[in-house]
Write a protein that binds this ligand. Structure first.
Ligand code: CP
Ligand code: NVA
Length: 313
C-alpha cells in the first residue's frame, strides 16, 4: 500500500491503518473545528477548483451526500459515477479507469465490492483514492463514529466498545480503530460470522476479544455498536442470517448491561427490531443522527488532509 506513514500525509485512505494514531487524533479534532466553522457560517474554501470523482458500485445515501456536500462547502466539485453509466460497468479494467480518471480529477472516492479492487485502482492512480466502503472495510464511517464519541464522551483511549452482530466491514474497521486509538473491542457474533482472521490476527490482536454472549460482551461497556445482519451484496443470505443472528439484537437489556452513560451507534441504514430494538435506536443513549452528520465533517477533514496538507510533514 502506498503511504508515507507518520512523517507526511498518507497518499491514499484505503483503510484506517493508512493513518498513524497521531494523524487520526488530529483529524478527529479538526473535524470538530470544521463543524463549528460551518455552523458559524464561516466560508472556508481550500479546494476551490478541485474535483472529486465518486465511483459508486453499491447504493449510498450518507456517503454520497456527505462527500458531495463537503466538496461544495470547500469550494470544489464532485462528480457522481455509477457503473450503470460508465465504462467501468461495461468491463473497462479498473487499472485503465484509474489511469484515466486520475489524469482529470484531484481525488477519487470508491465504494465497491472486493477490497482488492480498490487496491488495484489505487496502485494506478496519480491522485489520492478514498475507500468509501468495500466488502472488507468502511474507514470513513469510523472517522465519524470516533468523532462522535469524542464529542459526547471525550477520548476513547482505555474505554470498552462492544460490537454486536456480523464480523463485517464495519467490524473490521472497528478493529483497526481499537489499535489506533487504544481501546478494547469486544465482538459478540454468532458462530461462523466472526471477523476475518487476517484482520484480527494483526497488531490489533491485543485490543480484540470475541465474547459470544451479547449481554456478557456489553457488560460495563462505554459504547455499543451494531450494523445490519446482511450487508450489501449479501441480500440472498438475508433469511438465513435472520435465523443465525436472532440472539444478536441490541436490546434494552444489552444497553442495560453496559455502563449507564454508554452510547449506542449504528452506521445506518438500520432495520428496527432486527439488529437493534426500535426503543434503543430511538432512545436516549442513541447518537446515530450526530454520527450520520459527522460523516460530513470528518470527511472534510480527510479531504483537507489528503489534498491540502499533502506532502507536508
Ligand atoms: N453509513 C453509510 O455508509 O451509509 P450509506 O450507505 O447511506 O452511504
Ligand atoms: N455493512 C454494511 C454497511 C452499510 C453502510 C454494508 O456493507 O452494507
Amino acid at each position: 500500500m502506498q503511504q508515507r506513514r507518520d512523517m507526511t500525509t498518507p497518499v491514499h485512505f484505503l483503510t484506517l491503518a493508512d493513518l498513524s494514531p497521531d494523524q487520526l487524533r488530529s483529524l478527529l479534532k479538526r473535524a470538530t473545528e470544521l463543524k463549528a466553522m460551518q455552523r458559524k457560517g464561516e466560508r472556508y474554501e481550500p479546494l476551490r477548483g478541485k474535483v472529486l470523482g465518486m465511483v459508486f458500485e453499491k447504493s449510498s445515501t450518507r456517503t454520497r451526500v456527505s462527500f458531495e456536500t463537503g466538496m461544495a462547502q470547500f469550494g470544489g466539485h464532485a462528480i457522481f459515477l455509477s457503473p450503470r453509466d460508465t465504462q467501468l460497468g461495461r468491463g473497462e479494467p479498473v487499472e485503465d479507469s484509474a489511469r484515466v480518471l486520475s489524469r482529470m480529477v484531484d481525488a477519487i472516492m470508491i465504494r465497491t465490492f472486493e477490497h482488492e479492487k480498490i487496491e488495484r485502482f489505487a496502485a494506478c492512480s496519480r491522485v489520492p483514492v478514498i475507500n468509501a466502503l468495500t466488502d472488507r472495510y468502511h474507514p470513513c464511517q469510523l472517522l465519524a463514529d470516533m468523532q462522535t464519541y469524542l464529542e459526547h464522551r471525550g477520548d476513547i483511549q482505555g474505554r470498552t466498545v462492544t460490537w454486536v452482530g456480523d464480523g463485517n466491514n464495519m467490524c473490521h474497521s472497528y478493529i483497526n480503530a481499537a489499535r489506533l486509538l487504544d481501546f478494547q473491542l469486544r465482538i459478540a457474533c454468532p458462530d461462523g460470522y466472526e471477523p476475518e482472521s487476517m484482520v484480527v490476527e494483526s497488531d490489533a490482536k491485543a485490543h480484540v476479544s470475541i465474547i459470544r454472549n451479547p449481554l456478557e460482551a456489553a457488560a460495563d461497556s462505554d459504547l455499543v455498536v451494531t450494523d445490519v445482519w446482511a450487508s450489501m451484496g449479501q441480500e440472498e443470505e438475508q433469511a438465513g442470517r435472520v435465523k443465525a443472528f436472532a440472539d444478536y439484537q441490541v436490546t434494552e437489556a444489552v444497553m442495560a448491561a453496559a455502563k449507564p452513560d454508554a452510547l449506542f451507534m449504528h452506521c445506518l441504514p438500520a432495520h428496527r427490531d432486527e439488529e437493534v430494538a426500535a426503543t434503543v435506536i430511538d432512545g436516549p443513549q442513541s447518537v446515530v443522527w450526530d454520527e450520520a452528520e459527522n460523516r460530513l465533517h470528518s470527511q472534510k477533514a480527510l479531504l483537507e488532509l489528503l489534498l491540502v496538507h499533502a506532502g507536508r510533514p
